[in-house]
Design a protein around this ligand. Structure first.
Ligand code: NAD
Length: 270
């Protein structure tokens, strides 16, 4: 059901890899709510071609951008402004990758070259995005930027490895830049801390099946799925949430506030 929440709004969505991606589902939701969209992903991810199917559905151009490249980011922002005929109102940062996890390196034996890259892709890229928008005066007044994160930034989930550190940095950048952008242009910047979700990035975490079932049992409302995340993000892009900024917002069915549940106790007593 559409509420026309984003009628007249324009925005960029990063990170739609395939139809399971949170960004993919959010793009469909924002389109349904009346937004005009630009899609972007890393050139290497775009070669898979899936994103073109989404582009057709939401009537959006696809502009490649490796988030670790200043030049790509500048090009993306400039081309988006050209496409929209001026500034835009929202951005979804839905980007994450751990090189050490991918190469099977454990947290106690990190390769620091890989680690630099992980932090650059998964966290510093939010700064690069915001700084590029700032320099080009690309975000309209009361604009909204959301980045996706995970509770491993606050509590230890051992298999999340270096991504926990990346998410801590990401959340800190949202707070710090959120301060400056609020003063400059009333732009708000938040992170949404999402339940474990079955996607390409999610399934890259070791022991993901056990992990997602545990989270389900530990969440009074159950795990929030990607469609529910898309609803929440659309509300954060809308004018109904204009005074929410510099926050890390849990979208997790109550997981973050739960010590134990009846379901977990029953499991332990088996
Ligand atoms: N799936 C989960 O369980 C879960 C839970 C909480 C938060 N998140 C976060 O949600 C976001 C989206 O992940 P997802 O689960 O939809 O998985 P996904 O694999 O569909 O999305 C990750 C995206 O990052 C992109 N990316 C990687 N390197 C890039 C680069 N250099 N430049 C540009 N883009 C690049 C990938 O191409 C991909 O589209 C991530 O930040 C992830 O950490 C996921």
């Amino acid at each position: 059901m559409s509420y026309n929440l984003l009628k007249g709004k324009k925005g960029i969505i990063f990170g739609a890899l395939d139809e399971r991606s949170i960004a993919w589902i959010t793009a469909l939701r924002c389109h349904e709510e009346g937004a005009q969209i630009v899609l972007t992903n890393a050139p290497v991810a775009m070669r898979m071609g899936e994103i073109n199917k989404l582009a057709e559905k939401v009537n959006a151009p696809v502009i490649p951008c490796d988030v670790t490249s200043d030049e790509d980011m500048q090009n993306l922002v400039a081309q988006s402004m050209e496409h929209f005929g001026g500034g835009f109102d929202f951005v979804l940062h839905s980007v994450g990758m751990s090189l050490n996890m991918r190469k099977g390196k454990s947290y106690t034996d990190l390769n620091y070259g890989f680690n630099q890259k992980t932090l650059d892709i998964s966290a510093t890229s939010l700064h690069r995005l915001l700084a590029t928008c700032w320099k080009n005066d690309a975000l309209n007044e009361w604009g909204s930027v959301v980045a996706l994160t995970y509770i491993a930034a606050q509590r230890v989930f051992p298999d999340y490895s270096e991504m926990a550190d990346a998410k801590s940095l990401l959340e800190s950048i949202a707070r710090s830049f959120g301060y400056h952008y609020a003063l400059k242009k009333k732009v708000r910047v938040n992170t949404v801390s999402q339940s474990p979700t079955r996607t390409t990035a999610g399934s890259g975490v070791k022991g993901f099946d056990g992990f997602i079932t545990y989270a389900e049992k530990m969440s009074p409302l159950g795990n929030a799925d990607a469609a529910a995340c898309a609803d929440y993000v659309a509300s954060l892009f809308s004018d109904l949430t204009r005074y929410v900024t510099m926050q890390n917002l849990y979208h997790d069915g109550g997981f973050s506030m739960t010590g134990v549940t009846q379901s977990v106790i029953e499991q332990m007593e088996k």
